[in-house]
Design a protein around this ligand. Structure first.
Ligand code: BES
Ligand code: MN
Ligand code: ZN
Length: 497
């Protein structure tokens, strides 16, 4: 991973492999560094602009070689879009596109002049640039040769002003922690399901705890059975891999509230006996993306040290159709004591979340946020653009939606009309585990909501967003690490009060 740093000095005197300069779509005037560069290059930049080769659109990247006329070997013009649409997300997209080019053409040392704008504070601007640099330089590679390895080693944000430098440095620090945690979650999700089994996920959590000084409790299959987590246990029965219940604790302030974070940790979802199609199973190693988000957010939180307490809980198991597998028609008793009729073994996520949510509530956490790749219905409803939010407290849902905006993880609030709850009525048990295909994301949310009671709670269905089918701005194909930044920022905001 590259290092992002702030440097005070003249960017044009700095010997780098590439100097990045942002260009606006609606303002063609060359100012500051761009004007000086243009002069040194005999009007080359102005020409590119006038000939229409450089338009300034987001995602546009133009490489200009300086041919010895300037210390930087190349100038990279990257589009910033329209000046009135400039915000943290457009900066991330613009810089992300540029950084992908840097990594393709083998740039190791780049410098960037942060664009001048009133739309963003300096720390926020530096944070967005840092996040984009680190997220766009991520690549999950299992090829036998690594000649496609991202080349970027160092990115310097250059400013001539010392005060700005220290402002920007705050943003760089925060952005680095956010992006590194996001990339860590991406690694956990991209890892093959043969490796990322429940015990391995627990080891990952333990490693984070040891590295960052968090408390960590890992419970095994015997404990799960003894305490009565019948729903988690039922799901685990069809697998040869033992389940784990993982707890991470961050204590930032005595007597401060404890916020609960819960993540679905199905390390592979075959559907169980209600088995999925081959195509439907392809991305199901990522059915622990919620768990990855919790573990990675705990990592970022432990580094950022907010004055608040956080309890992270992850139920981890495979969902497999082995000979001992739970079956449609089974009745199970959840940790809360409620009985559940199993209608479909592929609706396993809500079962393990039921136990994890009642446990988190029992340990006194409030509010509770969960992230889960819960339903394909959410994918159909929302497409690949945003995460669905559900909950029992409108103000809390709104708060989480706002946090999503703040960090660039779009979230949309979904309706929770009480009539949907009717669809989960069972003739034999307290509740059944599916309510049919229509409104599937909402009935799933109602199911897990049964186990949090009145504790303020928001559920994020990240099935739409945990995976990217193609390279896009600062993301490449594969895991996105979604919810890490939303969780972490939520905690930071709450700690600030
Ligand atoms: N993990 C899946 C949901 C999923 C699907 C996540 C696609 C990401 C991408 C979940 O366990 C599941 O199988 N849900 C079923 C529920 C149904 C049986 C009621 C679904 O959504 O089809
Ligand atoms: Mn499933
Ligand atoms: Zn699942």
């Amino acid at each position: 991973m590259p290092q992002v740093q702030v440097l005070t000095g003249d960017p044009l005197m700095l010997e780098s492999d590439a100097l990045l300069i942002g260009v606006l779509e609606d303002d063609g005037r060359l100012k500051g560094v761009a004007a000086k560069t243009d002069k040194a290059l005999n009007g080359q930049l102005r020409n590119l602009r006038e000939w229409g080769e450089v338009k300034g659109k987001i995602g546009e990247v133009t490489v200009v070689h300086s041919l010895g006329l300037l210390p930087p070997r190349r100038l990279i013009l990257f589009g910033l879009g329209k000046s009135n649409e400039l915000d943290a997300e457009t900066v991330r997209r613009a810089v992300g596109s540029a950084v992908k080019t840097l990594n393709q053409i083998g740039v190791r040392h780049a410098a960037l002049v942060p664009p001048e704008t009133d739309c963003l504070t300096l720390p926020d601007l530096a944070r967005a640039i840092t996040e984009a640099t680190l997220l766009a330089s991520y690549r999950y590679n299992r090829k036998s040769s690594d000649d496609e390895k991202p080349s970027l080693e160092r990115m310097e944000l250059v400013t001539t002003n010392r005060r700005s430098a220290s402002e920007m440095d705050k943003g760089v620090q925060l952005g680095t922690m956010m992006a590194e945690a996001t990339n860590f979650a991406r690694d956990l999700v991209n890892a093959p399901p043969m490796e990322m089994i429940p015990t391995a996920l627990a080891e990952q959590a333990k490693a984070v705890a040891e590295k960052r000084g968090l408390a960590c409790e890992i419970y095994d299959e015997r404990w799960i059975e003894e305490v009565g987590m019948g729903a988690l246990r039922a799901v685990s029965l069809g697998s040869d891999q033992p389940p784990r219940f993982i707890v991470l604790r961050y204590e930032g302030k005595v007597d401060a509230p404890t916020i609960g974070l819960v993540g679905k940790g199905i390390t592979f979802d075959s559907g169980g006996l209600c088995i999925k199609t081959a195509e439907g199973m392809l991305e199901m190693k990522g059915d622990m993306a919620g768990a990855a988000a919790v573990i990675a957010a705990m990592d970022a939180i432990a580094r950022l040290q907010p004055a608040i307490n956080v309890l992270g809980c992850v139920p981890a198991t495979e969902n497999m159709p082995g000979g001992k597998a739970y079956k449609p028609g089974d009745f199970i008793r959840a940790y809360s004591g409620k009985t559940v009729e199993v209608v479909n073994t592929d609706a396993e996520g809500r079962l393990i979340l039921a136990d994890a949510l009642s446990y988190t509530k029992q340990r006194g956490a409030s509010p509770i946020l969960d992230a889960a790749t819960l339903t394909s219905a959410a994918v159909i409803a929302l497409g690949p653009i945003c995460t669905g939010a559900f909950g029992n407290d409108e103000a809390l849902v709104r708060e989480v939606v706002e946090v999503g905006k703040q960090v660039g993880e779009p979230i949309w609030a979904m309706p929770m009309f009480a009539d949907y709850r009717e669809l989960l009525k069972s003739d034999f048990a307290d509740i059944k585990n599916t309510g049919g295909r229509p409104g599937g994301a909402i009935t799933a949310a109602w199911f897990i909501g049964e186990f949090v009671g009145d504790t303020p709670w928001v559920h994020l269905d990240i099935a739409p967003t945990f995976w990217s089918d193609k390279d896009r701005y600062y993301f490449s194909k594969g895991a996105t690490g979604v919810a890490v930044r939303t969780f972490t920022q939520f905690i930071l905001n709450r700690a600030k009060g």
